[in-house]
Every structure is written in structure tokens, then in C-alpha cells.
Write a protein that binds this ligand. Structure first.
Ligand code: M6R
Length: 366
């Protein structure tokens, strides 16, 4: 049942080559350069006119929502707010006529997310869902939605559901952006082609599993860790930190890199591993200075870089190379080594990777 892998989590990390393919299959048409999301096609007019999208979710699904905020604002020009479902539901959130509420949930049964869906409906919002489990509560109660075709996710730590959620959000943002005329035909085609070929790049990263495992030998005993990213890599940093804490019980924090100087930098010493997502994007130069700030305080920087980045290689203690891709698609790649790092550290520490203490796969309590 684990397909030859020692744990479901590792199997599910490796399955991401296929789960992303399955999620875009039948939706992304490479020849015609078109994206068609059947589940929400009737909602397209509303989406095209939306004043705002409010994304609700918990845990990893909330992180996918933060990536979605970046994608929908950047590519589709729609203002987005991302809320913890548990906060949204207990406030008296202001929902206007042209707002759309989008719930993200792997299980489709998370109590707080389901309650947020019900509240949004009561307030007259159009409510959409991105769920993995077919026929689940949230899938049933939303007005329309798109399924992630990630297949069953057994490991408590969400991996392939996260990337499938981002794949759906990417398709959504691209198709709206194109229909609104914000993305030229050429740009749209370029994104579609890159998205289509992304699973091959995931495969390239997975081939580095042994190298990544080696690197974790030096990290397994650290009591704390910090993850830094900027822009769409900031939610990836949060996700990397959550993965580490939930399965290895190491205290980890994710931060937008520029926030370091407002407090967290006081934590840096030679014992502190700092994972930095330093791919060559809009923020590259800024992130290089952030790495220098950490290095000058003797922090142990492990950086995710694009191939041939000698600048970061020179200043970071360790680097992991990630294939080049379009900036907006890169969270689908950068999260993979972070998942593997958490997995290997947890195994080295003798933790129950698939069923970490105090956690359940689906949180149906409030
Ligand atoms: O099934 P959901 O996506 O609604 O679950 C939300 C969270 O409970 C879930 O993502 C949790 O944070 C995971 N254990 C993270 O790996």
C-alpha cells in the first residue's frame, strides 16, 4: 500500500509528479493554449466581475490560499484576502455583493472551514471550494468548485494536496487573467506550457533526495529553525516551517525575509539553521542581502537557489538547486525540498512521520 516507500508521506511527496499532472489533465489544453475548469465554468461571469475574493482555510490549505492571493492579484487582478477559517467564522465579516468566498480544504471536512462556508452563504456570498475528497461536506455545501485530483492523502502532513491546491489556484488565476485581457495570448501560452511541463521539473528535484537526506544529518539535533522567503515564497516558508514542526517536533518559524530585522534576527546564532528561498526572481537582490545579514550573525544558511547561482553559493553554507521556472509557478517547486527536509529530519529523530503526536488527518473538532 505504501508502494515500496517506508512511509506514506514519502510516497506522497514522490507522487507529486503525477498528482499535479492529474490535477491539470483535461483542464489545461496545451495545443489550444486554453484552460477549462468545468466545475466553476458557470461561475465565470461572477469571477470576472468579482470585487474581491476571500479565501478561507486552515493549516496547509491556508498556506495554499496565501500563494493563491499572490497568483490571483498578480495574474487575475482581483484583490484577495486570506483568512483562517476559524477567525473568519467567529467575526462578523463584511461580505459585499460582488465578493466571492473560496474555501480550500484537502479533506473537505475541517469543522472551521465548513462553518466559514455556511456563514458566507448565510451572508449571501457566492461560495466556491477547492477540495480533494470527492463528495465531502465542503464540496457539497459550496455553490461550485474545482477538485484537486491528488488522490488519497494518508500522511497527516499534507504534501501532494498542497501542490494540487496551488495548481488549481494557478489555473484559476491564469484563466481569469486571460479572459480579462490582463494576460496576452503569448504570456498565457507561455504559462500554460510551463505549467504543463512542471511535473518533469519536480521529478528533477526528487532525484536529489539523497543529497537532501545527507544535508539533514547535520540538522537533526537543532532545537529551532527559521524559514525565510519573500513574495510568493513567503507562504512556502510558512509551509516549510509547519511541515518541520508537525512531524519532527522541532520549533520552527516562517517569516517574510524582510521582517527579520524587526525582531527575529535576535534569535540568530551559530546553532540556528535558516532556510532561505533565494530563487532568481523580483526579490533576488533583497534576499541576497537578507542572507548576508544572517551569515554575519553566524547563522547556518541553507538556501534554495536556481542553477548556476554562484553569488548565493559563495555566501550560504549549503545550497539546493531548483530548476528555473516562471516566478509565479515556482512555489510548486520550492516546497518540494522543504517537504523532503522535514521528512528526513523526522525519520532521523525517530518520529512517527505518518501519524505525528496530537494530530489528526482531518480536524473535525472546533
Ligand atoms: O483537510 P484540510 O485541508 O481542511 O486540513 C487543514 C489542516 O488541518 C491541515 O492542512 C493541517 O494543517 C495539516 N496537518 C498540515 O500538514
Amino acid at each position: 500500500e505504501k508502494g515500496g516507500f517506508p512511509h506514506f508521506m514519502l510516497k506522497e511527496i514522490f507522487e507529486q509528479v503525477y498528482s499535479i499532472r492529474d490535477t491539470i489533465r483535461g483542464r489545461v489544453n496545451l495545443e489550444a493554449s486554453e484552460i477549462f475548469l468545468g466545475g466553476i465554468s458557470e461561475m465565470l461571469p461572477k469571477l470576472l466581475q468579482a470585487d474581491r475574493i476571500i479565501i478561507v482555510g486552515c493549516g496547509t490549505s491556508w498556506h495554499a490560499g496565501l500563494v493563491g492571493e499572490y497568483l490571483l492579484e498578480e495574474l487575475a487582478g482581483i484583490p484577495v484576502e486570506v483568512e483562517y477559517a476559524s477567525e473568519f467564522r467567529y467575526r462578523n465579516p463584511i461580505i459585499r455583493e460582488k465578493d466571492i468566498v473560496l474555501a480550500i480544504s484537502q479533506s473537505g471536512e475541517t469543522a472551521d472551514t465548513l462553518a466559514a462556508v455556511r456563514l458566507a452563504k448565510e451572508k449571501g456570498a457566492t461560495v466556491l471550494g477547492i477540495c480533494n475528497v470527492v463528495g465531502s461536506g465542503i464540496a457539497r455545501e459550496t455553490d461550485a468548485g474545482v477538485y484537486t485530483h491528488a488522490g488519497p492523502e494518508i500522511g497527516v502532513a499534507s504534501t501532494k494536496a498542497f501542490t494540487a491546491q496551488i495548481a488549481v489556484l494557478t489555473m484559476l488565476a491564469l484563466s481569469i487573467g486571460h479572459k480579462k485581457g490582463l494576460l496576452s495570448d503569448e504570456k498565457y501560452r507561455n504559462y500554460i506550457q510551463e505549467l504543463y511541463h512542471l511535473p518533469n521539473k519536480i521529478n528533477e528535484i526528487l532525484k536529489k533526495d539523497e543529497e537532501i537526506q545527507q544535508l539533514t544529518l547535520l540538522l537533526k539535533d537543532c532545537p529551532n529553525a527559521i524559514y525565510l522567503g519573500r513574495g510568493c515564497q513567503y507562504p512556502v516558508a510558512l509551509e516549510g516551517a509547519l511541515k518541520l514542526k508537525e512531524i519532527s517536533y522541532i520549533h520552527a518559524e516562517g517569516y517574510p525575509a524582510a521582517e527579520m530585522k524587526h525582531g527575529p534576527i535576535a534569535l540568530i546564532d551559530e546553532k540556528m539553521p535558516v532556510f532561505v528561498i533565494a530563487t532568481r526572481d523580483t526579490y533576488y537582490e533583497k534576499i541576497v542581502s537578507n542572507i548576508k545579514e544572517v551569515e554575519s550573525r553566524k547563522g547556518n544558511v541553507i538556501a534554495l537557489i536556481n542553477p548556476g547561482d554562484e553569488i548565493v553559493k559563495d555566501i550560504a553554507q549549503q545550497t539546493i538547486e531548483i530548476p528555473d521556472t516562471l516566478e509565479s509557478l515556482s512555489p510548486l517547486l520550492t516546497v518540494i525540498p522543504l517537504q523532503l527536509i522535514s521528512y528526513h529530519i523526522a525519520v532521523l529523530r525517530g518520529c512517527n512521520v505518518d501519524m505525528p503526536r496530537n494530530l489528526a488527518k482531518s480536524v473535525t473538532v472546533e
